[in-house]
Design a protein around this ligand. Structure first.
Ligand SMILES: Nc1ncnc2c1ncn2[C@@H]1O[C@H](COP(=O)(O)OP(=O)(O)O)[C@@H](O)[C@H]1O
Ligand SMILES: [Mg+2]
Length: 398
């Protein structure tokens, strides 16, 4: 072994020891993570879209018939602690108030959160969006395709301890599975499923790029369609599939471009991030031309992330972004707040906190509901709601 390799292995061993100690202190997530958030009567009204009185009556009926577990109460005071997300969904089922797509007219939408750069807010956006949509009652599949596996960690796993090769999408890419159904796992969020990742995902780049050398152009094109094909038989079970992407151009990224129906590019308002987004667009355009000249996206939009409006350079750059991107820039801003940052360093989002700060919650709600409207524009069954909201709805081409 070379001196460098010995030194690196030494660092790895020491780091692993430290990680074990931190883990023992409960600083890292463990597999028993659960959603402790309980929703008040007022929140239940908003989420279920029925009055508290109707909810109260339905609740009694459902509990009597074994269709809903009893509402948890404080052991001492007897006060109701609130509804779990599962209970909210049981109520939605009773009242038929799920917001989900109409399966006859609306397609499941695959949304990729993608960019060339790391640290721009892809994972925070993907996880927050997936959890927000699950809270609204949509059926969501979140796909982690980044070997750093931060999304997977947020759901309570230590990727390289809890997730094995067989648990990831790799066996499918190696031809050992027909589609990706086998690696979907339920999470502690009702109606939010996950395809997890771990460090081995980098094999995807390594092994496939070697194999590519001896492939014909048609075989290569087929290889780039693998993710799309693997998700196809699963789409019926979900309203949306959200993909968190690696921060690089590679085989995984091109597969994501092929599988996506829509793309969101998180971009902080700075020179470097802006130019990297432009490079990313150049790449999309080249890949489309070379591999899928007929491919269309339902939308490609930029989300301004980590925005600090107190910072003059951010204000300036935001106006540059507005000029250049126009309507392609979501009007709501994913503002930077300490609370969102702290939550993410604890492998959480603010939607999981028992008492999230109102400002941070408002930021998340505004961004996510803007994206929800973009999705609705592509679901004919939502046309009426959109026009009630005064949104411009594209007429179908004749
Ligand atoms: N709105 C925000 N406010 C504060 N910090 C943020 C926000 N969005 C992202 N961050 C921070 O930026 C860092 C990178 O975000 P992340 O989503 O992991 O980026 P990526 O997935 O693109 O690498 C994280 O440490 C996260 O805490
Ligand atoms: Mg990430």
């Amino acid at each position: 072994m070379s001196k460098a390799a010995t030194e690196i292995n030494d660092i790895i061993n020491r780091a692993e020891n430290i990680l074990k100690k931190i883990e023992a202190l409960g600083r890292l997530p463990n597999q028993t993570k659960s959603l402790n958030h309980k929703f008040s009567g007022k929140q239940a009204e908003d989420l279920v879209k029925r009055s508290y009185q109707s909810i109260g009556r339905a609740e009694k009926l459902l509990i009597q018939n074994g269709l809903m577990e009893a509402i948890e109460r404080n052991a001492k005071t007897g006060r109701i602690l609130g509804y779990s997300l599962k209970q909210i969904n049981q109520l939605r089922k009773h009242f038929k108030t799920f917001p989900k797509r109409d399966e006859k007219t609306d397609d499941c939408l695959t949304i990729a959160i993608q960019s060339f750069k790391g640290g721009v807010g892809k994972t925070v956006s993907a996880v927050t969006l997936a959890q927000y949509f699950a809270l609204q009652g949509y059926r969501i599949l979140l796909v982690d395709l980044d070997s750093q596996a931060t999304t997977t960690s947020t759901f309570g796993y230590i990727p390289d301890r809890d997730i094995s090769f067989e648990d990831t999408c790799l066996p499918y890419f190696e031809g050992k599975q027909d589609n990706l159904k086998y690696c979907i796992r339920k999470t502690y969020w009702d109606q939010l499923d996950l395809i997890p990742s771990n460090l081995q995902i980098y094999h995807l780049e390594y092994a496939l790029s070697q194999a590519m050398g001896s492939m014909t152009m048609d075989e290569r094109k087929e290889m780039f369609q693998e993710l799309k094909n693997g998700l196809e038989p699963i789409k019926d079970n979900y309203d949306m599939i959200i993909i968190d992407s690696p921060p690089a151009l590679g085989i995984a990224s091109i597969n994501i471009l092929c599988a996506a129906d829509a793309i969101i590019v998180p971009t902080p308002p700075s020179m470097y991030d802006f130019s990297s987004t432009i490079q990313f667009f150049r790449m999309i355009s080249e890949v489309l031309e070379a591999i899928m000249p007929d491919k269309d996206y339902l939308f490609i939009k930029i989300l301004a992330t980590k925005v600090n409006l107190q910072q003059i350079t951010h204000q300036d750059f935001l106006s540059v972004m507005k000029d250049v991107f126009g309507e392609k820039l979501f009007s709501s801003l994913f503002l930077r707040t300490a609370e969102i940052e702290n939550a993410s360093s604890n492998f959480q989002t603010i939607l999981e906190e028992a008492r999230p700060q109102k400002r941070a919650l408002d930021i998340v709600k505004r961004v996510c509901s803007d994206i929800e409207k973009e999705v609705w524009k592509n679901w004919p069954s939502k046309k009426e709601i959109l026009s009630e909201l005064g949104e411009f709805v594209l007429e179908e081409a004749v």
